[in-house]
Write a protein that binds this ligand. Structure first.
Ligand code: GLA
Length: 394
């Protein structure tokens, strides 16, 4: 922007206590918002093109407090999350790829992706709603996983930058037509990623429908707080605010039971190293090839943001705290990473090189009347928020 225009814009907006500059030129976008606490900005570049020519953009959110987050419009994927350690040195703490082709070709790990319409599994890909039975694609034999063969993680979302007083974000929108992947109703989904001044990534999910349907949106980021590609996460200390979990059958579908974690390798009510009990010959760990289970969060309120999980990595001092309005969280210890994929920094990923904590309603809820309902009806608004909050120990 011309320096004169820039200073005029700054003068006008500065009176509001916020400085916001926006420049849109052919194919690039740069915007910034600064306050007394530091400069936040949004940049956009072209990440790549799909085979049909569709442009995939990448939004880079920077908060002026040492954090930088990159989101791509394909799958609403969180590509990188750079976070300072206790000495202020940044590392990228999320697993992913450095190019679009790898995301398109290797969709099975769902790195950083938005998951919809239904996070996790629906037994035999079938559910009945208001007396009608719906059949979904079986993409994780014999079940339907993460919204089906072409879930929300494989769509290009419309994106709009969002500026707050000291936050920057990107709002993504996707309209899923009636019958998409077998699900009833036109579902209009909006997901807003916001990078806060206090080093949090806030994710606001919203959806509406024109026919009764089921919805369970989440994000599938994998974390390694020592830095992506540095090794496994077995030494990370995990605290889960959950006294109960939902055990599964051999196909990872909940049996319907809600069991106490006490006295089992699923008890993370005190911070415990992820790897400490992961090789115990517990039937549930054998079914999951490690942890791949939904935990029932202890909640004081029905829908407010409450602490669900906290993960600490001792050497870097990085801490990830997850707050959510959801009733459950899927703890997945990266069991299916199998040394076939090379990540963002050029390192190959092996089993346990990252963990996911997916805030959600319970898997297969449409087939379990005793689980919190995932039904959304016309006129209702599905709205839920999760925050990934980063900090350091001293
Ligand atoms: C979820 C599932 C896992 C696995 C991963 C993706 O966490 O519960 O079983 O499918 O997604 O690989």
């Amino acid at each position: 922007m011309h320096p004169l225009l820039k200073s005029r814009a700054a003068a006008v907006l500065g009176r509001l206590g916020v400085v916001a500059l926006l420049v849109v030129t052919a194919g690039t976008l740069h915007a910034s918002a600064s306050s007394a606490k530091g400069a936040a900005r949004i940049d956009r570049d072209v990440f790549g093109h799909l085979a049909d020519g569709t442009t995939v953009y990448r939004y880079t959110l920077t908060n002026g407090h040492g954090m930088r987050v990159r989101i791509i419009t394909y799958g609403g994927i969180i590509q990188t999350v750079e976070v300072p350690d206790r000495r202020g040195h940044p590392a990228n703490v999320t697993l992913g790829f450095d190019n679009l082709d790898d995301y398109v070709a290797n969709n099975s790990p769902y790195f950083g992706a938005l998951i919809g319409r239904y996070g996790n599994r629906i037994a035999n890909g079938r559910f009945t709603l208001d007396g009608v039975t719906y059949q979904l694609p079986i993409n994780n034999d014999p079940n339907s996983l993460h919204g089906g063969t072409v879930g929300f993680d494989k769509h290009v979302w419309d994106a709009t930058p969002v500026h707050g007083r000291d936050t920057v974000g990107v709002k993504l929108r996707l309209v899923s037509p009636d019958g998409d992947q077998g699900y009833p109703g036109t579902l209009t989904a909006e997901v807003t990623y916001t990078l806060t001044a206090s080093n949090g990534i806030r994710i606001d999910y919203r959806a509406t429908t024109d026919k009764a349907t089921v919805v369970n949106l989440t994000n599938h980021a994998y974390w390694n707080l020592a830095g992506e590609g540095t090794g496994d996460i077995n030494d990370h200390l995990l605290y889960l605010n959950a006294k109960r979990y939902t055990p599964v059958d051999s196909t990872l579908i909940p049996t319907g039971a809600i069991d106490p974690v006490a006295g089992t390798p699923f008890d993370f009510t005190k911070p415990t190293a992820i790897g400490k009990r992961i090789r115990e010959s517990h039937q549930q760990l054998i079914f999951g090839h490690g942890y791949d289970h939904n935990f029932v969060l202890n909640r004081k309120t029905a829908h407010k943001l409450e602490l669900a999980a906290r993960v600490t990595e001792a050497r870097s001092g990085r801490v990830l705290s997850i707050y959510t309005e959801e009733p459950g969280i899927q703890f997945y210890s990266g069991n299916f990473l199998d040394a076939t994929l090379v990540g963002t920094s050029g390192k190959m990923y092996r089993q346990g090189d990252g963990f996911a904590l997916e805030t959600q309603h319970f898997p297969d809820s449409p087939n379990h009347p005793n689980f919190p309902s995932t039904v959304l009806r016309p006129g209702q608004v599905y709205q839920t928020t999760t925050i990934y909050q980063f900090s350091t120990t001293h």
